[in-house]
Design a protein around this ligand. Sequence first.
Ligand code: NAD
Length: 508
Amino acid sequence: MAIFSISHSESGKKLLTLKSPVDLSHIDTYECTSSEEISSIMTQAKVAQSEWKKTTLKERVELMHRVADVVIQQQDRIMDVVMRETGKPEQEAMSMEVFSAVDSLVFYAKRAQKWLADKKIKMHGPMQFLKKTIITYKPRGVVAVITPWNGPFILSINPVIQAVLCGNSVVVKPSEVTPMSGALVQEIFALAEAPEHLVQTVIGDGETGAELIDQGPDKVSFTGSVATGKKIAAKCGEMLIPYSLELGGKDAMIVCSDADIKDAASGAVVGSCMNAGQYCCGTERIYVMEDVYDEFVAEAVSITQSLIQSNDCKGDVGPTFWDKQVEIIEDHVNDAVAKGAKVLVGGKRNPNFEGLYFEPTVLVEVTHEMKIMKDETFGPIISIMKVQSEEEALMLANQSHYGLNGNVWTKDLKKGQRLAKAIETGACSVNDMAMSYGVNEVPFGGVKESGLGVVNGKEGLLAYAHPMPIIIGKKSASAYPYTDKSFEQLKGALKIFWGNRLVRKLFG
Ligand code: NAD
């Protein structure tokens, strides 16, 4: 019944067989990329990069516009492949995968030339009279992009866009749960007439991902679970490969007494149920002030009851994409109920469908003793806990080893910002669900166990490049011979430049 299974052909080839989460029907069987093939893909990627790095920023930007055109032309095919592997509603396939991809392409295409251009650095102190400095952004080389199954196309293409703009070539290793959705990135770049081997894909499971890193890429951009992130960090540490980790979360939502309760409840339901809850920044824990608790719960129940779950990619809430995940959701809900939680809506697999559908669920009377409030559930579950004060809500929100995102609901925007700043996460929203991954202007990255480094925004883009300073001497630096005079000059400079606060302000 497993959604994906690994077997071997008679000739010893590793095979990946996929089933549909919608009805468990057979989708296809693919040959996994062998170690020898990964090695030759890496060689080809190095050759492609040695040419691509010579292109101008204008040429790279032009490629991004062609890729954007192809994504728009191929939108139906992208949606078909993603929906076949995930069963997600077409609205989500369009918004999360297609629209977001074009949005990123257009965003970086407009800014990359400015952000990646050589920068003149204004020097300070006595150095400014002796040297000029520029920073040039050099590509790192071949980037390995290893991705999960919840946003299989967008989470693959988004890092690729940024890496390629910086002059790198890329090898993508999509999830074994959604291999063809990730492989689309190579196809789209080829259709956009990208140079051969600039963007390639390897197909397989975790072993294939590990073999890709064994080949020594120049950077690893990983999105996935904390457990795998730790393995990748260890391996990259051993091989001294730069890496970024975008990992899991257990995002908290705080509902203050002065919140717009209708808005907050609808934010809670969409934040918890979007993508059937398989959203790294999904709302997984909700802390509601006691004086608005009953009203909030009633609204959340009514909205959740109105959600349509259907197996034709038309409803509001689709299936869980992976059987292992639906088992985790079931385990968390059962554990919560066994420890005293009450199910107000849903609470079980949807008996109307053969596939991996878990009903949108509202749980109350949950506690931090339950898995549902501690570990990442990644399902359409709205877990609500009553709190006596905003301080208590904040304390509970921060009681997690995760720190990806969060959201605070209040009409007092100053208080909202104060609470948001006090949440120990990579980002936070006020009066909105967590959505910073979709805001290309800002860096995205978790704290605590939710990740290391950032993707997106200017900081994320620049992380695919090495900022190389070039220092140009206006006069040759002949410090020798050291003499009493040169020593006294140095002491004099110390006094002139830094001995007085006013002058420090001027030259510091
Ligand atoms: P996963 O860690 O199991 O797998 C992710 C990828 O890593 C897959 O392609 C897998 O084949 C590969 N992999 C597994 N073992 C490997 C190894 N030893 N070396 C190299 N590659 C290896 O994660 P998943 O179950 O596919 O994804 C779900 C997780 O991803 C959730 O925790 C979710 O929160 C997280 N996620 C995070 C973000 C973010 O931006 N922070 C975004 C989406 C998903």
